[in-house]
Design a binder for this molecule. Structure first.
Ligand SMILES: Nc1ncnc2c1ncn2[C@@H]1O[C@H](COP(=O)(O)OP(=O)(O)OP(=O)(O)O)[C@@H](O)[C@H]1O
Ligand SMILES: [Mg+2]
Length: 341
């Protein structure tokens, strides 16, 4: 179990982590989501005692990281996979880690087997591909057979096979009753992996919810309609007791009524439809709405106006400039839903 209480980190004026309070529980995969620069890595570093909190507290099974005896046997972490490979072989890299943490040599063979690197154990890690490096990093995290595992963006840059492997590994570790805490900026990836979601933006907690609840609250399905006789269409639908939302660009949106019925109502009134299409809002959209206000680096269509660091690849949240204020709208929407529930 990992417990954060008012955890805060400031770098000068910049508040990287802002009063985060939440608990990461055993037996499930907890996804830690937020756009680039949200404070995910900073939070994880504080957990491992690599950064000191400006305020607040974070505990692992009730203790601070530096109070843990043989910390690798409590918590295993993959932070920056690129950071660690030297000229040592994969086996020797793990053996060094094992020896300095009182872990038996046999365990090195076990974890190499778990991550599928046995065949290349004697090869120098610096020649490893990104995927192999990621596997070696995970082997290091597993070495102490810890009950808590933490992975910072483990699927970054991996091919589909590698992503699939990591996803199953995390689920398997949680199924063994371990605490699995994994960060990502991709909602679509988390939807397939995590049981619970903690979402942050600009260091602040935006959501702490089960994945099932998040999906239920956000898989909005609706029907989009366009008609050259929009006014008439609206009246006809109103008369049938149907709530219509004007969505701009001459389109109407209707929740909770099937396209068949809407089409029949329009036909019954002799109205022409240019569009009648069922729509499904994706979780990625819900996530982007939730975090839109707190995205630091929006992509701009005018390259000259891009903020520093927002070149190609930088805003990998893939946010193509949703209007600020969506996060607020999302919160209000959620509040209304909760009131209605
Ligand atoms: N050592 C540091 N000095 C100053 N500012 C920092 C430092 N480390 C992080 N920051 C700032 O703190 C904020 C949070 O950064 P962090 O790396 O934790 O975000 P992140 O959620 O991990 O982002 P990403 O998805 O890009 O990995 C950013 O604005 C970053 O620029
Ligand atoms: Mg990060």
């Amino acid at each position: 179990m990992i417990e954060l209480a008012g955890l805060t980190k400031r770098y000068g004026e910049k508040v990287a982590v802002d009063r985060l309070t939440f608990t990461v529980r055993p037996g499930i995969v907890t996804g830690f989501l937020g756009p680039n620069g949200a404070g995910k890595s900073t939070t994880m570093r504080m957990l491992l005692g690599l950064d000191h909190p400006t305020a607040g507290d974070v505990r692992i099974d009730g203790l601070h990281y530096d109070q843990l005896k043989d910390p690798m046997t409590y918590i295993g972490a993959l932070l920056d996979a690129k950071a660690m490979h030297g000229g040592r072989s994969a086996f020797n890299h793990l053996l060094c880690l094992a020896q300095s943490n009182g872990i038996p040599r046999a365990r090195v063979h076990e974890v190499l087997d778990t991550v599928g690197l046995t065949a290349v154990a004697g090869k120098k890690a610096k020649g490893f591909s990104l995927g192999m490096g990621q596997r070696l990093g995970i082997a290091g995290a597993l070495l102490g057979d810890p009950q808590i595992l933490m992975f910072d963006e483990p699927v970054n840059g991996l091919d589909p096979e590698g992503i699939h492997w990591i996803r199953n590994l995390m689920k398997g570790l949680a199924a063994q009753g371990r605490t699995v805490f994994v960060s990502s900026h991709l909602m679509s990836e988390m939807a397939l992996t995590a049981d619970h979601l903690v979402v942050i933006g600009q260091g602040r907690l935006l959501a702490d919810t089960s994945m099932a609840d998040f999906i239920r609250a956000n898989s909005r399905s609706y029907v989009r309609l366009r008609s050259p006789q929009q006014e008439r269409l609206r009246d006809v639908l109103h008369e049938a007791g149907i709530t219509v939302v004007e969505a701009g660009n001459g389109t109407l949106e209707v929740d909770g009524v099937g396209a068949d019925r809407l089409g029949e109502l329009a036909a019954g009134a002799g109205l022409v439809l240019h569009e009648l299409s069922p729509q499904q809002a994706s979780l990625e959209e819900a996530f982007m709405q939730l975090t839109a206000e707190s995205v630091e680096y929006h992509a701009h269509s005018d390259p000259a106006s891009s903020p520093p660091g927002a070149g190609p690849g930088a805003p990998s949240g893939g946010v193509s400039g949703p209007a600020p204020g969506w996060g607020e709208q999302w919160n209000q929407q959620q509040a209304r839903k909760n009131e209605g529930a």
